[in-house]
Design a protein around this ligand. Structure first.
Ligand SMILES: NC(=O)c1ccc[n+]([C@@H]2O[C@H](COP(=O)([O-])OP(=O)(O)OC[C@H]3O[C@@H](n4cnc5c(N)ncnc54)[C@H](OP(=O)(O)O)[C@@H]3O)[C@@H](O)[C@H]2O)c1
Length: 250
């Protein structure tokens, strides 16, 4: 059956696959025929994703990895196959008022959200582990490239930096036919948005600000990742896609 979004036989690496958006991206990619390597830290949750993957389990792999452990990261890459797609989804949220930010706090969020996905991708490129015609996707956010909110300056900075890095990489890797794009979701229903700094009542009030009166669902971000991974977007590079139900329009 004709399906321009097919990922049949494509090898795709997804970090942050043990939860939320990354989990959904891995599952949806497997339904379209991709062979997944899923990366996470929590064995139990990563295994739950693995069990949910569609298709022959022999075509899928899982890798437990703390992405900020750069030595292990470099070591692990040697064992990996050549990928057609890489989705850098692992990330953390932070809430810190600007005046209470410390270098350590900023270093930590930059390590997880910026340096580790960039280093992973750099090593994959250097070791020729991304195929010609390959596609790299970063999870940025509307926070950073477009807007921000109270307590979110350092998180926003990591996501703006990722977007800028993706554009520079796109220019350099275009001659190799490797595309680099990034997603900018608004609030999406995952464990990341539920934390000690915000109550469920505050979240409900925030949701009212969204024109659609709801947050995004992880699969709505996954479908956008599939656009960038599939052959429908072979002339799209350095692009950022906003997926926020119209939030940043108002
Ligand atoms: N949810 C939103 O509203 C939203 C909006 C815009 C952008 N984003 C971005 O989307 C991405 C996914 O977010 P999410 O909402 O799906 O979050 P999530 O449900 O909290 O999942 C985060 C994932 O990142 C992994 N991770 C975190 N730190 C890691 C580290 N040091 N090394 C390896 N893996 C690590 C976690 O692994 P373990 O669980 O195994 O520890 C988990 O799989 C993030 O980059 C986030 O910034 C989210």
């Amino acid at each position: 059956m004709y399906n321009p979004f097919s990922l049949e036989g494509k090898k795709v690496l997804v970090t942050g696959a043990s939860s939320g958006i990354g989990k959904s991206i891995a599952i949806e990619c497997s339904k379209l025929g991709a062979h997944l390597t899923i990366v996470g830290r929590n064995q139990e949750r990563l295994n739950e994703t693995f069990i949910s993957l569609d298709g022959d389990k022999n075509n899928h792999n899982q890798l437990l990895l703390e992405l900020t452990d750069y030595e292990r990261l470099e070591f692990s890459i040697k064992e990996l196959p050549v990928f057609d797609g890489v989705v850098n989804c692992a990330g953390i949220g932070t809430t810190n008022l600007f005046q209470f930010l410390t270098r350590e706090k900023m270093q930590h969020v930059f390590d997880v959200n910026f340096f580790s996905p960039v280093e992973l991708t750099r090593l994959l490129i250097k070791k020729k582990k991304i195929a010609k015609n390959g596609s790299v996707v970063f999870l940025s956010s509307i926070d950073g490239p477009i807007n921000s909110h109270i307590g979110n300056s350092s998180y926003s900075a990591t996501k703006a930096a990722l977007a800028a890095m993706a554009k520079g990489m796109a220019v350099e890797l275009a001659p190799k036919n490797i595309r680099v794009n990034y997603l900018m979701p608004g609030q999406t229903e995952t464990p990341l948005i539920h934390n000690e700094f915000i109550t469920e009542d505050q979240l409900a009030l925030d949701m009212e600000k969204y024109p659609m009166k709801r947050y995004g669902r992880p699969e709505e971000i996954a479908y956008a990742a599939i656009y960038f991974l599939s052959d429908v977007s072979t002339f799209t590079t350095g692009a950022g896609l906003v997926i926020d139900g119209g939030f940043t329009l108002i």
